[in-house]
Design a protein around this ligand. Structure first.
Ligand SMILES: Cc1cc2nc3c(=O)[nH]c(=O)nc-3n(C[C@H](O)[C@H](O)[C@H](O)COP(=O)(O)OP(=O)(O)OC[C@H]3O[C@@H](n4cnc5c(N)ncnc54)[C@H](O)[C@@H]3O)c2cc1C
Length: 443
């Protein structure tokens, strides 16, 4: 059992449900007819359908954590500061994740957070994963995205749609030693993900996969790849199917490792599949359902990216305020004491707190089985904006010391840029939010 699981399991058993944190609102169908203005007064966290009756439970602040989640936060924070922090600059310069660190992530149980204990995982909840991702990003967003993709996209895919055989074959390894990748994007298909061209042809024993994937996170470290391919291009998105490909499969190759602006220690590669043969057991879920799986996974994954961006923003903010409130004096006083600085610092912290509230609310709604798609999109959109804004300002607060590579300020800013791009660009999040709002507010 992982060290996290050992410590946290008793707290889990005592039970700290999330339902209490969800505010209560009458279902839309039951409300009296009202004017458009009256509808606008609905709380932002309102959900038309609620699965459990929580009317007797007093609502609690959205950022309150259960004992398990609080322990996760504390332990990941310590691990990040003690173990990851000393490696951050070197890994960024070398553009490589330290393999010892990857091993330690497994040892700590951080690569199997939601995998049940029977498969060697920590058996925790989604919010625990979100809190862990946030804490890692506070120190290194590259490590954070490795853990995020592995947990929220790869492990979740197997947990949700893997057959009993697939779960037995792969979950123990994914929890303890095998890094996973999620392969959807291609040279021809980014935002329009379901225009993908990678082809899967049925054979006597299984499937033959041919095509190329692009921008694949974790691909240098991974041995396990969830690959989306079409079994019939004439069916459009209804031909898209999910498969499991292992790295040692003949015809699998890493084509190119990208050199990036930020999150440099996180590997991002193009991958070729040259007639890769896989057994029929490696079909994930049902033929033609891959697009639904990808949409569902990315909706959840976006909350992870939002947590990554929130953690990054806080890390950048903390690094800068330590300097301006303790070290740097000009005109005879600490530069953080000038009102012009204090207002920016206070504004930035407020934005981080707002981003975190969106992230936790989306996570709680997902756990409560409610519709969280718009919440996840808003959390990702806003937190990536806040991360860019705050990490940029933090450099300015530190003057020249923020601009040099001696400290992490410039790295946080470089790393922040990716938040508006992967798992759906900011425009795509805005499209989702607008579409859902329009549906709700159209008579
Ligand atoms: C570092 C990194 C890691 C990644 N990791 C993974 C991974 O592990 N797995 C994976 O499958 N993919 C991964 N991706 C791919 C990522 O999800 C895509 O880059 C992203 O979805 C955008 O696609 P694109 O780069 O092709 O941009 P495009 O789709 O070409 O977009 C270019 C611009 O057009 C805008 N645009 C496009 N369509 C619309 C629209 N309908 N309305 C308004 N604006 C629009 C976009 O917002 C953007 O500003 C990663 C990317 C990067 C950079």
């Amino acid at each position: 059992m992982s060290s996290f699981a050992r410590v946290l399991r008793p707290a889990l058993r005592r039970g700290h449900g999330v339902a209490a944190r969800v505010s209560s609102t009458a279902p839309r169908c039951c409300r009296p007819s009202q004017t458009f203005n009256a509808q606008q007064l609905r709380p932002l966290s309102a959900t038309p359908r609620r699965l459990t009756d929580i009317s007797e439970i007093p609502p609690t602040p959205i950022t309150h954590l259960s004992e398990t989640e609080a322990s996760m936060k504390e332990m990941v924070s310590k691990f990040a500061n003690d173990v990851i922090l000393p490696k951050v600059r070197h890994m960024d310069e070398a553009e490589k994740m330290d393999p010892d660190l990857v091993e330690q992530l497994f040892e700590q149980g951080l690569m199997g957070i939601e995998i049940p204990e029977e498969f060697g995982g920590a058996g925790m909840n989604f919010t625990a994963a979100i809190v862990g991702i946030e804490e890692l990003a506070r120190v290194d967003p590259s490590v954070s995205v490795m853990v995020d993709v592995h947990n929220t996209l790869v492990n979740t895919a197997i947990l949700k749609w893997g057959s009993t055989d697939l779960k037995r074959r792969f979950l123990p390894a994914l929890a303890t030693k095998t890094v996973g990748s999620f392969c959807l994007s291609e040279p021809v298909s980014g935002s329009d993900a379901f225009a993908l061209a990678t082809k899967a042809t049925e054979t006597a024993d299984g499937y033959r996969i041919s095509g190329s994937k692009m921008w694949i996170t974790n691909s240098m470290e991974a041995d396990f790849f969830i690959v989306f391919a079409t079994v019939d291009p004439s069916k459009g998105h209804r031909g898209i199917t999910a498969f499991i490909v292992e790295k040692d499969a003949k015809g699998f190759s890493i084509a190119k490792k990208e050199k990036k602006l930020g999150i440099k220690a996180s590997s991002t590669c193009a991958i070729n599949f040259d007639d890769v043969e896989i057994p029929k057991e490696n079909l994930l879920g049902e033929v033609g359902q891959g697009y639904k799986y990808a949409i569902g996974l990315l909706n959840e994954g976006r909350i992870g990216i939002a947590a990554q961006m929130t953690g990054l923003a806080l890390g950048a903010w903390e690094n800068a305020v330590k300097y301006v409130w303790n070290d740097r004096k000009q005109f005879g006083k600490l530069v953080g004491e000038f009102q012009g600085m204090q207002h920016q610092i206070a504004q930035s912290y407020t934005e981080i707190a707002a981003a975190r509230a969106l992230v936790y609310n989306a996570a709680r709604k997902k756990e409560a089985g409610e519709d969280f798609v718009q919440d996840a999109a808003m959390a990702k959109l806003f937190s990536s904006q806040v991360a860019g804004r705050v990490s940029g300002l933090a450099i300015e607060w530190m003057g020249g010391m923020g601009f040099v590579r001696e400290g992490p300020a410039e790295k946080y800013w470089r790393d922040s840029k990716i938040g508006a791009i992967y798992e759906g660009t900011s425009n795509i999040q805005l499209n989702t939010i607008a579409k859902m709002l329009q549906k709700e507010y159209t008579a």
